[in-house]
Design a binder for this molecule. Structure first.
Ligand code: MG
Length: 316
């Protein structure tokens, strides 16, 4: 089934039989995590059953997350803890893991990486054999007197809840060398917390470093296509026309899907709402159409009736 088979492409609210037709046309189902299958430490009702049902029906299910705060091993535990008991390490593509692959396999880094990010990101890089600068500054060190490593060939920015002015200053100094790469795990501006609070995302830290260095970061995570290249390198026969991206954020998930040539589904359990998508659909410039989902569901739990119909058919 081609995108828009239900009449037009853009923000099509779909349910049972239409979801079933859509799923039948796809081999690879890509899920974002936060806001789609869970909120922090709480699984979205029905999400684990949806994931299991897809896997049981022979679909390739993968998870593509811009969250760079934990290594993949730790993600496997989280999946299990929240009831996603059949998810394997190989199905998880985080922006930290893809950053490690980029540094190791694409640029084949020779030298160290300065990480402006948290321990989880550093652990993922080290697990892939990518050396990182060890921070060993005295508590009262300043940019006037601290040591700078000699062989820093890349600065990688991610979520950093222990960001200091010194770290930002050091990263700015390393980027004075035009040979030193400037990478960001993702460009997410912020993340929702409960009670109306927000958490500044990696994008806000990248912006600070872009200003101080006068350079632009290469972004690894969604909406960059690189995460799809990582998936394609590890699964055979991935055809964009047979992939479906399910996410909650227009600027990352939906644009990633469009950039890769996938059909996209927006689920309304997270950041973006239908009105936001409609604004991109109606507004200018036309380039923003890539942010418009093909299809919309209230929750991934809306997929469950589609499976029930299939089960009914099989038992007939
Ligand atoms: Mg999300």
């Amino acid at each position: 089934m081609a995108a828009g088979a239900f009449g037009f492409k853009g923000c099509q609210k779909i349910r049972g039989p239409q979801i079933r037709t859509l799923l039948e046309a796809k081999d690879f189902i890509l899920f974002d995590c936060d806001g789609v299958i869970w909120h922090g430490e709480t699984a979205i009702t029905g999400a684990a059953k949806v994931v299991s049902s897809l896997i049981r029906r022979g679909k390739n299910v993968v998870f593509v997350t811009n969250n760079c705060t934990r290594p993949r091993e730790s993600y496997v535990h989280k999946f299990y803890r929240l009831g996603f008991t059949d998810v394997l390490l190989e199905q998880i593509f985080s922006s930290s893991y893809c950053s490690a692959l980029y540094l190791r396999d694409v640029v084949k880094i020779r030298g160290q990486v300065f990480v402006m990010g948290c321990d989880g990101l550093r652990r993922e890089l080290q697990g892939a054999g990518v050396p990182c600068v060890e921070e060993a500054d005295e508590p009262d060190a300043t940019i006037y007197d601290c040591a700078l490593a000699e062989d820093v060939k890349a600065v990688l920015v991610g979520h950093d809840d222990k960001l200091t002015f010194l770290k930002l200053a050091k990263a700015s100094c390393y980027l004075r060398d035009p040979e030193c790469l400037f990478l960001a795990t993702d460009n997410d501006p912020w993340h929702p917390l409960s009670g109306g609070r927000i958490l500044p995302g990696s994008g806000s830290l990248t912006a600070a470093l872009e200003v101080s260095s006068g350079r632009k970061a290469t972004v690894i995570g969604k909406p960059s296509r690189f995460m799809f290249e990582c998936i394609s390198s590890q699964f055979s026969g991935v055809e964009p026309a047979r992939c479906l991206m399910i996410g909650d954020r227009l600027e990352t998930d939906m644009l990633f899907g469009s950039n890769c040539g996938f059909d996209t589904v927006l689920t309304l359990t997270g950041v973006s709402q239908l009105e936001d998508a409609q604004r991109y659909l109606d507004g200018e410039p036309a380039a923003d159409r890539g942010l418009v989902p093909d299809y919309v569901v209230d929750s991934v739990a809306d997929f469950l009736p589609a499976f029930e119909e299939l089960d009914d058919e099989q038992s007939d």
